[in-house]
Structure formats: structure tokens, C-alpha cells
Design a protein around this ligand. Structure first.
Ligand SMILES: [Zn+2]
Length: 571
């Protein structure tokens, strides 16, 4: 029954996502399909026809995803053995490994029958194959090897040893990897991943910390439990930091019951996401921004859009201080609010991303575009002039949604109640806020907050000013020192941002303290973050740049100040 529900959800996503860009991050359902495909080949012990076919399946998929594939063939006890290694990127080598053979005897139950190995074999392979599709190569700081080991799982059968394939690879390495992470039996629907005693403690701690950031504290349990003889050991014995991610509390281990119904897409996704964040997150934020700028300048808009799509920040579950007693009444009172874990776009949604959405859906472009084209040179500039409905539709098209007011504020001020993303003191050099310099009071036609038509804004949207002090929209990430503690950019300044909530005029104090969202009155939508358009007086610009500051506008009207970013819950 549970499995059937999952299939329906997957179908719904496929329909909703029709024409949308490929999922940005590791997709558990896609990984699960690799589990099923392997099991459809039959029992897959080393040297068998199905074992050969599994290796071929891996090779074909890696090549299809643009990975360089090498194989290592040798003979062990008159049996042909073949390791498969996919390689991509440059830099120190990091190996992600999994065994693809299955045990030829279910000796924990009935030794005359082989093991199907949906979890013990197929699950690790599935995670590696989905990573082959989703790893953002531009963000990798390493050469990544995806190593598919043969002959791991016939230990103690007719005198066979464990880990034959990985031992052969470790003994024949021509370069010394910086790290090896093995994933084995990680797909159990009842997932419990404990620290393992033969693993490198520092690297293991790092991975479990990332898991906690993603909200996986219930399954990545930071306590020691087992000591495993697995494919990491031959590398660890050579002094290479190696970790075994394994769930050995699996009741179907080496039985006939190790079948796909015991594996869940969610379990695969948690492990895949941790590895993805680990490998992609090694990059430095300033370097990331520079790379985006270079892509925009070079005109490689496809790569730019993809890189922006993947620029997401995980925010762990927990409490934070929301509101400000010193602010206007609509921010009162400051209080502790609990949020489930979520992910949010690092940058505001840009013209290049929004352009792709318009192409796919035929929606109306913002009023300042010429036809279907955004202003020249503004691929990596936030799209503005979008209505709440436009923003909502874009996020839904990507499979995400607008952040709630609470999520936005948490992304902006972290958990220490700070006033601005960078701390408690205003600094006009950290954000693109119009007229925020002390003493600057550029005259504008509307000085009232919430004025419906900022006529002057439209003309100013067009050119991106070369002069740092001039008024105008700027590329996302233009002020790296304005990042929030979690690395979310441009929350203050550049575009103001639509969020999911209806604006709650009063009764803000009365909202739930867990995952609050404004449900009405259904009149104005909430807006967070200050804007690039001059506020008229510096004091007002600073007021509006506080993380807790709230605004609203009627949802239907395009406005040169308003853009958005997307978010989604972490499951
Ligand atoms: Zn096994």
C-alpha cells in the first residue's frame, strides 16, 4: 500500500513537471527506478550473465551521462571479475563506491537460493547512478570516481573472500584518492545509519553533520554501532580516509526477502543528497558568484540557468527568533518560531531562468521585456515586474513553491535574532538598496511605501549600471558580504520578494509558533526584503532592510521592485 502511494505521487510530479527543467537535485524516485531495473535482471552474482548485464547497464548509463568509463577485469578463482569506474572533473580524486554483485546464497535463510540484493547491492549502485546524473560538475572541487565493485558479497562461500573487487582496485591504484565513501545497504525503508567503527572519524563526522543540516537526524544517527568489513577497508588499510555508509540493521540481510519492496525512494534520496551536498558544497561562495558572472558574460545561458537552478541552500529544522519588538506594530512581538527543514534558492530568480519558464509555458513576459526577451546583458539579474501569481506559477513549474514569511525571515537572520543578514549594524555597502547611503535622498515621485506605481522604476530596470553607486538592478550575488549566515544572497536589496503568505494586517501575534503561514484576509500578498528602487530617504531604506520588516501589495499588479525566489520542504 505504501508503495502504491509513492507511485501515485511520482506520477503526479511527472504530470505537474511536464516541460519543466530536469530536477535540480538528487531524486529518490529516479534512484529507485535503478533498483528495480537491476532486480529485473535477476540474481546478479559475480561471473553470472545477469552480473555481466548489470555491469553493462552501469557502463551504458555512465556513458549516457557523459562520464568517462574505465573497467578493471581480472580472474578470481576461475571466475571473471569486473570493476567499473566512471570519472568526471579535475582535482584530487574522491571515490564513491558501491558493490554491484549480489550474494549467490541466501545463507541467513535458505542457502540453496541466491539473494536478490535490492538493498544489498542495487541500492548503493542506484545512488551512484543518480549522482552521475545530478552532480553539478561546475561546482565539483575534485575529480570524482564512481566505483562499482564486483565480487564483494560471496565471502565465506566455498572459500571466497569478501571485497575481492575493491581489494584489487585499492592494490592497483595509480593515484591516491583524497577520500573514499562506500555506500552499501542504504535503501532500507526503515533506515538507520549509524557511525561505523572502521571508518575515518573526521570524514564520517562531516557527512553526518551535512545530514543534520538537511534535517536527517532521525536516520543519520551520530552514534557508533557496527564495525564492518566492507569495500572501504582495503582503502583504509592503505591510509586513505574511507567511510562506510551502511545500515546493517536490516532484517532481510542475506535472505530471500531482500527485494525492492523493502527499499524506499526517500531512503535513497537522503543518502544521495548528503553526498551531493558534500561534493558540491566544497566550493567557496565568492568563487561561485564569479563563475556565474563569467557564464553570464560569456553568453552560455544554458549552463548559467542550470547553475542557478542548483544554487540552493539547506536550512535545518529548528527554532528562530521571528519579529521585532522595536519595529512597527505589525512585527510584534518577537517570539520563538519552529520551522521544519527546508531548502531555499541562494539567489533571487533571474531573467535567464524566468525566460525558460516563459518559453515552456507561454505565459506573459514582464512589461519591461521587449517581447519574449529580457534586457540585453541581464541574464543573471533578478526578474522583476512579476505578479504574485507569476512568481507562484514559476515556483510550481520547478516543483517548488514560494517561501513562507517565516522561512524567508529565518533564511535572512538565522537563529540569533540578528537585524540584518550580516549582523546588527547597517552597512550600505553590503546590499543593493536604493538610496540607502547616509545623506542620500534621491528625489523620486513616490515616497510613500506601498505606492502602486513606481513609474521611475521601469526606466531604470533596463540598463545594469557600471557605476557601483548608481541606482539599478544588479546581478545576483553582487554583494557577497551581504550573505546570510547560511549563505543566502540578496535577501536585502536588489528585488523585494513575494512570499507565500497572505498579508496578515493584525493578529500576527496570534499565528501558530510552528510553521506559521498567513492564510488571510485574502487581499494583499506579503513581500519581504528591501528593494533597489530609491526609498527617498536613507532612514526608510534601512528600516525596510531589517530581516523582520514586512510589506505587502495587491497580488495582481506588476511592479519594478518585486521579484522572488523559491523554496521547498526537505523530506
Ligand atoms: Zn551482502
Amino acid at each position: 500500500m505504501a508503495k502504491k502511494a509513492t507511485t501515485l505521487v511520482a506520477l503526479a510530479i511527472l504530470i505537474a513537471g511536464c516541460g519543466a527543467p530536469e530536477p535540480l537535485t538528487f531524486d529518490g524516485e529516479a534512484a529507485y527506478a535503478h533498483v528495480v531495473a537491476q532486480c529485473d535482471l535477476g540474481f546478479r552474482p559475480t561471473g553470472s550473465q545477469a552480473g555481466q548485464a548489470t555491469g553493462d547497464y552501469v557502463i551504458a548509463y555512465l556513458e549516457d551521462q557523459g562520464w568517462t568509463v574505465e573497467t578493471e577485469g581480472f580472474t578470481y578463482r576461475d571466475t571473471p571479475v569486473r570493476n567499473v569506474v566512471g570519472q568526471v572533473g579535475e582535482g584530487p580524486v574522491v571515490v564513491l563506491g558501491a558493490h554491484y554483485d549480489t550474494r549467490r546464497s541466501a545463507d541467513q535463510e535458505d542457502p540453496s537460493v541466491p539473494v536478490m540484493g535490492a538493498n544489498d547491492g542495487a541500492s548503493g549502485v542506484a545512488v551512484l547512478l543518480e549522482l552521475a546524473r545530478t552532480l553539478d560538475r561546475d561546482r565539483l572541487q575534485n575529480q570524482v570516481w564512481l566505483a562499482f565493485f564486483d565480487a564483494e558479497d560471496n565471502g565465506q562461500l566455498d572459500g571466497w573472500e569478501w571485497c575481492v573487487g575493491s581489494s584489487h582496485m585499492a592494490a592497483n591504484l595509480e593515484v591516491t584518492p583524497e577520500a573514499v565513501v562506500v555506500v552499501d545497504m542504504i535503501g532500507d525503508a526503515d533506515q538507520q545509519l549509524y557511525l561505523e567503527r572502521n571508518s575515518d572519524a573526521a570524514l564520517q563526522t562531516r557527512l553526518w553533520e551535512i545530514a543534520a543540516t538537511l534535517g536527517y537526524t532521525g536516520t543519520f544517527i551520530p552514534e557508533y554501532r557496527w564495525a564492518m568489513l566492507d569495500d572501504h577497508v582495503p582503502f583504509a588499510q592503505r591510509g586513505i580516509p574511507a567511510v562506510d555508509v551502511i545500515d546493517f540493521d536490516y532484517p532481510y540481510w542475506h535472505t530471500t526477502q531482500d527485494t525492492p519492496d523493502k527499499v524506499s525512494a526517500e531512503s535513497l534520496e537522503r543518502v544521495g543528497r548528503v553526498l551531493e551536498v558534500w561534493l558540491e558544497g566544497k566550493g567557496d561562495l565568492a568563487v561561485d558568484v564569479e563563475r556565474l558572472r563569467a557564464l553570464a558574460v560569456s553568453g552560455d545561458v544554458e549552463t548559467l540557468a542550470r547553475a542557478l537552478d542548483r544554487s540552493v541552500v539547506p536550512i535545518p529544522a529548528g527554532e528562530f527568533l521571528m519579529g521585532d519588538d522595536a519595529g512597527p506594530a505589525n512585527e510584534h512581538p518577537q517570539r520563538l518560531v519552529y520551522l521544519d527543514a527546508f531548502e531555499i534558492d541562494r539567489y533571487e530568480v533571474t531573467n535567464v531562468q524566468y525566460h525558460r519558464f516563459l518559453q515552456a509555458t507561454g505565459q506573459e513576459p514582464p512589461p519591461y521585456w521587449s517581447g519574449d526577451d529580457y534586457p540585453p546583458g541581464q541574464a543573471d539579474v533578478p526578474v522583476v515586474g512579476v505578479t504574485w501569481e507569476d512568481a507562484d506559477a514559476y515556483c510550481a513549474w520547478t516543483g517548488w513553491r514560494l517561501p513562507t514569511e517565516a522561512e524567508w525571515e529565518r533564511a535572512c537572520r538565522s537563529t540569533d535574532g540578528r537585524v540584518y543578514p550580516w549582523g546588527d549594524t547597517w552597512d550600505a555597502g553590503r546590499a543593493n538598496v536604493g538610496g540607502a547611503e547616509a545623506g542620500q535622498s534621491r528625489p523620486v515621485s513616490h515616497t510613500e511605501p506601498g505606492a502602486p506605481a513606481w513609474g521611475e522604476g521601469w526606466a531604470l530596470v533596463q540598463p545594469t549600471p557600471a557605476d557601483v553607486d548608481a541606482v539599478g538592478l544588479r546581478p545576483v550575488g553582487f554583494y557577497p558580504d551581504g550573505a546570510s549566515p547560511d549563505g543566502v544572497m540578496d535577501l536585502v536589496g536588489n528585488a523585494s520578494e513575494w512570499v507565500a503568505d497572505w498579508f496578515n494586517w493584525d493578529g500576527y501575534w496570534d499565528m501558530p509558533d510552528r510553521n506559521p503561514v498567513g492564510l488571510g484576509p485574502e487581499w494583499n500578498r506579503s513581500i519581504r526584503g528591501s528593494s533597489w528602487v530609491p526609498y527617498g530617504v536613507a532612514h526608510w531604506a534601512q528600516e525596510q532592510s531589517r530581516c523582520s520588516a514586512r510589506n505587502s501589495a495587491h497580488r495582481g499588479g506588476p511592479d519594478a521592485r518585486f521579484g522572488f525566489r523559491c523554496a521547498r520542504p526537505v523530506r
